[in-house]
Design a protein around this ligand. Sequence first.
Ligand code: DOR
Ligand code: ZN
Length: 345
Amino acid sequence: MQSLTFTRPDDWHLHLRDGAALAAVLPDTARRFARAIVMPNLKPPVTTVASAAAYRRRILAALPAGLSFEPLMTLYLTDETSPEEIAAASRSGFVHGVKLYPAGATTNSAAGVTDLGKCRMALARMEALGLPLLVHGEATDPAVDIFDREAVFIERVAIPLLKDFPALRLVFEHITTDHAVQFVMAAGENVAATITAHHLLLNRNAIFQGGIRPHLYCLPVLKREAHRLALVAAATSGNPKFFLGTDSAPHAKSAKESGCGCAGCYTAHAGIELYAQVFDAAAALDRLEGFASHYGADFYRLARNSGKITLVRESWVPPATVPFLGADPLVPLPAGESIAWRLQP
Ligand code: DOR
Ligand code: ZN
């Protein structure tokens, strides 16, 4: 197959940031994706419907003329999120989920949830209203090995959560292990998962290949090859519980190449092309449209897109850096390596 035309995809997990950073990265996403679930981990986080509305307006204002894109907003769950705020979010028409960051789990998660027991009223309202909970599924207990955090989260948090709120609609975000694949497959139709391109393409060896590679550090951290293979099998299986979420997470080069570098991989510049490469390698290009353009919309109870995009089999090399914050660029993944599929303008 030399070219592939299919329904315009959506990105069900994206970090757009704010201000100059937002303006720098938004066109990469809007050229490829019709919509994206926008993460609320700004500083300060987006915890109210009013702040989500204001952030949504800033995103739309940053969109260059000629591009159309719909930001699907989320709220950042805290110990204090009230059931009234959940009800207002559900009514708003533009808030499509509530994000659970266990406090301390990742970038800008300090204001996250310290104990899910404190969120019972909010969770009950979400369950009743069908507003999805989007989870960063990593245990935060510092005694837990970093490579086991997802599995331990499933045991300690996700299983008890679904026991208490069996009808809660839940998206297990950026899954990285076979444990998460099995958990999602065994759960009811109310449970789904997003998978990033970088977790499909790379295993943890890549972080240490020939030296330390800070641009391949993200959270949850890349896992061993057996887990990558389980993710590829899930993504290319045609099971509608698994859909595209890039988790493209821009950080300036200086913040990544540092004594304590930030977590996050930038992939929005090739946000659909990298997945095409994965599906091609798995001889599953015929299943890319379901994963990228159908199943997420179906789960979120939104109409599928009507537009189309075309990818051609044509090798190109992404730039080594992308302009980001003035003199501080960002380094996209995989800088300097070729990508086998190109988006037709
Ligand atoms: O690698 C990550 N980067 N994981 C997250 O959960 C957050 C994200 C970010 O915001 O940079
Ligand atoms: Zn994320």
